[in-house]
Design a protein around this ligand. Sequence first.
Ligand code: BGC
Length: 763
Amino acid sequence: MNNNISLIIIFLFGLIVNAQNKNSYQKEVEILLSKMTIDEKIGQMNQYNGFWNATGPEPVGGDASKKLKNLKSGLVGSMLNVRGVEEVRAIQKIAVEETRLGIPLIFGFDLIHGYKTIAPIPLAESASWDLEEIKKSAALGAKEASAAGINWTFAPMVDISRDARWGRVMEGAGEDPYLGSLIAAARVKGLQGEDLSSPHTIAATAKHFAAYGFIESGRDYNTVDIGVNTLHNIVLPPFKAAVDAGVKTFMNSFNDLNGIPATADSYLQRDILKGLWGFDGFVVSDWGSLREMIDHGYAKNKNHAGELALNAGSDMDMESSIYLQEIKKLLVDKKVSMEQIDDAVRRILKVKYELGLFDDPYKYCDLDRESSITNSNEINTGALEMAKKSIVLLKNQKKLLPLKKSGQKIALIGPLASDKNSPLGNWRIAAENNSAISVKEGLEAFKGNIIEYSQGVRLVNKIPEGFHEEVQINNTDKTGFEEAKIAAKNSDVVVMVLGEYGFQSGEGRSRSKLDLPGFQQELLEEIYSINPNIVLVLMNGRPLVLNWANKNIPAILEAWHLGTQSGNAIAQVLYGEYNPSGKLPMSFPRSVGQIPIYYNHKNTGRPGADGEDAGSVFWSHYIDEKNSPLFPFGYGLSYTSFNYSNIELNKNYLENNDDDYLIASIEISNTGDFKGKEVVQLYLHDKYASAIRPVKELKGFEIIELDPGKSKKVSFKITKKMLEFYYNKNDWISGWGAEPGDFDLYIGTSSATKRKIEFELLK
Ligand code: BGC
């Protein structure tokens, strides 16, 4: 048989097997559903947080023993925060062996950026713009977590945000819906892999549906009030991209959107997600978000909250127990229907089948696999690669970087320089405390220089009420300044590691100020007065306000919270073993007062000349600050330099159909001394439209690598599809389209690029 024919036969066979699998899941689900009592169905819709040590003695009395009793009665469909093979196996055994139908549990966990081996925080990873590396990082996280019994993560968080005060920006991909959509898809594909039934992949969750990133004043859990334009063009695209990438579950959110709590938002969950987008997985509530609708002032009581949530399409109740307590009564009272319950249960069972849990409920429970995969070299190597690519060079004057590898006395100063906990960032539930490689350790691995370390501002251990221990930056004690000043005086170069401690960003960690916390700014200024040869390494989970540093400090490296391999990655970049290539996924403001600040804003009727100086009073500006950010979206330097020239279009019009396209191209040369990578960025601007369009929108990018002296022509294909946006028709189904007219096309090194060319979309 010739090769082609055999390939076709294999392909057709694959299609048949696939189709059978799909159908058989449907059949299996229906058979199982037909055997279930109403209590067992409601049980599948109930998720409990891990409530007792399953491998220890059984709880007696109290809430834990009640929950265990419910588990044994088949009244639990999923658990969260249970982890480790032994624990998971012990609990799964109860579900499988002691309940009437033996339906396996699905085990959820917040695998946000690594399990035991911690990868960079998601915002940092996004700064790499490297979709393959981000996908790989998610896949490695899934491999380590699944080896510890977990088969479902509440990630990726795909919330777009323009507000650095919100601590949860660390969990997302930043401010841009285009980059955010590509990263959402990459993460979903990395976590779920090609085959969800493999023991190394897990189900992903797109969260928080929707608009949580637009909470007012950046204060966590606050209200959201945005119009359809922002909702459809900015907030929803990454969620849609996650659906298109095959994401298995969604999580709704704590916030209300225009007065309706997301958990009870039927327009979002039923009309858009399950209706328009055809999502066939299930929606889990956020932690207790059903119950919170009472505090929101939307639900009268728990019973009412259950009714609102189920009617709106929330399928699983995380930790509020409202479904368990109220659905049966709601059914009798005809406030919810059996069809709604069956639909929710079908969706949940389907994901369990797809994971292969019915074939082998213990498939994630292999002790040997757990010990060989946890903290393995493969996962650590991946974390290091990802960390290097996440670093952004913000400033490098006098070629202070890369550091010379020998003959130097380096003063290493700052509370975060030897800290092994903060680099792990927030959301690292399973990681060992203090398990990151510190900057000090990373630098000391290079032997050629003398390093003198001084903390300057001390760290203190604190335990916020009812929470785990965290290291915070002290703001009462300056006694470490003197020693640090002496170290600075005696050194050739000072490396200062400053920023936010690991738990200073994340959930519930909103800030009203974005400067360096505690005495760090003071320390920086005092050290500068002694030795200005400073490389500032920043560790933080969100954009900071860095005006003084940017004005005075010659070299600044944005190193975020980079995870387990932090110190190695930072040292390799400082010494030039890796030439930084990251680009900011979020604008860095000059002042908190500029927030929300984002590159893809609209123009106003009084934009001023070039958005900066209108030379008068009555234009859209501040009288005490510029409009522009300190560092714009897409910004990041390299140890080498790149020159952009000859922006061209092969023609200056696009036919109004789906087949025609333009080719935009540009010449890029490496004009510096190092081999380097550059993220070449394409932006479009629809100059007039039926709804005002942003001044620029990212629509493409390519990462290139060039040797010194070399050039490359980079081309982008422009299609009508790329010009589409949601315009204010009152009908959301037909709301998308491209409008004929004039467009600016920009190509450059950041969103601030002014290099443009024009074209027209014909009528
Ligand atoms: C967060 C979610 C998270 C959940 C479970 C909530 O507080 O908002 O993002 O997945 O807890 O840990």
